[in-house]
Structures are given as structure tokens and as C-alpha cells.
Write a protein that binds this ligand. Sequence first.
Ligand code: THU
Length: 133
Amino acid sequence: MDKKELIKKAIEARSLSYSPYSHFAVGAALLTKDGQVFVGANIENSSYPLCMCAERNAIYNAMLHGYKKSDFVMLALSADTDGPCSPCGACRQVISELFPKDGVIVMTNLKGDEQETTIGELLPYAFSEDDLK
Ligand code: THU
């Protein structure tokens, strides 16, 4: 599974989005070291704050199948945005805890724009478990 294939999975996952309120479908695909792919899509609710993003659903999907932070290598996300779709702040916080520092995050859109980044770039000075000590 290479980056291009993972992006394709993220785009395909948009079809699983339940987004009747925003009409903004987001798809994500998370690659593990052993070649498994776990997808996520945004799932909304009429009680708006309960909406869950694609990236978090992909990570939680993988974890509920027994995978953990050290198993993850790449996370792709895609939406119909002008530039590469960027993870929201809540997702950045979750990614910083559950996705490795050196893991590759690929932000994409439907036009084929893509940008690689890391969680360190997306969320410097993140709050973490260390702050609770
Ligand atoms: N959304 C995601 O799924 N991921 C992001 O990183 C940005 C926002 C979803 C949440 C909501 O269902 C819709 O996009 C509009 O904000």
C-alpha cells in the first residue's frame, strides 16, 4: 500500500460520511505497519457538537481492531476543499496523543493537491499526559 493508494482509500471513505448538516464529506485512511488500512468518515448529529470527524473515526476504528499508536505509519485525509484539507484542532489534539510523532499525515483534496506534514508541524507545544504530572 503506497501513499497514492492510501489517498484513494481516503477519498472512497467519503462515501461513508453522514453529513446532512454541513454537506461536507471528509474521508480518512490510516495505514498500519502490517499493511492494514482503517478508514473513517465524518458522522454528524442534529445535536451539532456530537459530530465526529473522519480522522478521529479512522484512528478509533483502528484501535478498536486492536492496533495502537506504534503500529501507525501514515494517515491520509481528503475533502472537496480548494487546497489540501487540513485536520481540525480537535483532531490535531487526538492525533498528537494517538498517532506517532514521525508518522506521515497526508492532506489532500479531490483535485489531486496533496501536502505531507507531521503532527509536530500541525500542533506544536501540544498539551499531553506529561502536563498532568
Ligand atoms: N470535519 C472532519 O471530518 N475533519 C476535519 O478535520 C474537519 C472537519 C468534518 C466535521 C463536520 O462533520 C464537517 O467536517 C464540517 O465541519
